[in-house]
Design a protein around this ligand. Structure first.
Ligand code: ADP
Ligand code: UDP
Length: 237
């Protein structure tokens, strides 16, 4: 499959056309951003890890019955995916309080919920990805009621799957962000990525952070944490 023109360059990936109008190539970069692009940096080797981790996890999710955009890994940083029209919602599932949840509601990080929570934000960089509920999403015509139901159902299924998988690896899944898209026939599939950039992953024994919070919070050991989480995953494939 040949890379044709670059369609888009985002904060973490580049997206290319291919000779098949239904397929795209994504190319993962080492660039890292946080706080809506205000903090910028590089995490050496991140692109390779995020590409491979996202692909391994999506292949497993596909087998467990959640449709995804994943087609085939082409190289260390490049993957062939089904082209979708992205539903402009960031779907966040949380099992444990952290980050913006802790800040917004005044709950210490680490408080474990009895049930997972779901929230949406409007994927719109100019507006700073504002939080919204499903009624707002309908009013803004971001998705149909049936699409929102499907997205919620898949998101909780992804959580059940990932929570159990990471537990086997000695890792606690705190929270994560998903994006969904529509194939040309309207089918909703999981798209974008699942990686330490988009998830909070804590060592189950020590609570050590093995994700992008190390970069966001200038904790050091960022590359090492990405390598550690990848080796945990590889040991449990
Ligand atoms: P951002 O746009 O937030 O800077 P990235 O650097 O990760 O993010 O860029 C990847 C872009 O590609 C994102 O906007 C994402 O929504 C989009 N995308 C992910 N998967 C697909 C897909 N299968 N088809 C079309 N677009 C996709
Ligand atoms: N997240 C993400 N992209 C975003 C915002 C959040 O991937 O634009 C992920 C983040 O890595 C974490 C989860 O979603 O795993 C919840 O993030 P939170 O709302 O706590 O926001 P943050 O602390 O990143 O501001």
């Amino acid at each position: 499959m040949e890379k044709k023109e670059q369609l888009y360059e985002g904060k973490a990936k580049k997206v290319y056309a291919t000779d098949d109008p239904e397929l795209l190539i994504v190319d993962y970069k080492d660039d890292a951003t946080a706080f809506n692009g205000l903090k910028k940096g590089t995490i050496a080797g991140k692109g390779v890890i995020n590409n491979q981790m996202s692909n391994r996890l999506m292949a497993k999710l596909e087998k467990s019955g959640v449709p995804t955009h994943f087609v085939r890994e082409l190289s260390e940083r490049e993957t062939l995916v089904k082209k979708v029209s992205i539903v402009p919602l960031e779907v966040i599932i949380r099992n444990i309080a952290a980050g913006s949840f802790s800040k917004r509601y005044g709950v210490p990080e680490g408080v474990v919920f009895e049930q997972p929570t779901i929230e949406f934000s409007y994927k719109n960089d100019e507006l700073g990805d504002p939080l919204l509920n499903s009624y707002h999403a309908l009013a803004l015509k971001l998705a149909t009621p049936a699409e929102i139901e499907t997205i919620k159902d898949y998101s909780f299924r992804v959580n059940d799957f990932l929570k159990a998988f990471w537990k086997e690896c000695g890792v606690t899944l705190v929270d994560f962000k998903l994006e969904f898209g529509r194939l040309s026939d309207g089918t909703i599939v999981l798209a974008d990525e699942i990686s330490p950039d988009t998830s909070r992953l804590w060592d189950a024994k020590t609570g050590e952070k093995l994700d992008k919070d190390r970069f966001r919070r200038d904790m050091g050991g960022v590359e090492e944490a990405y390598a550690e989480i990848m080796s945990r995953l590889e040991a449990h494939l």
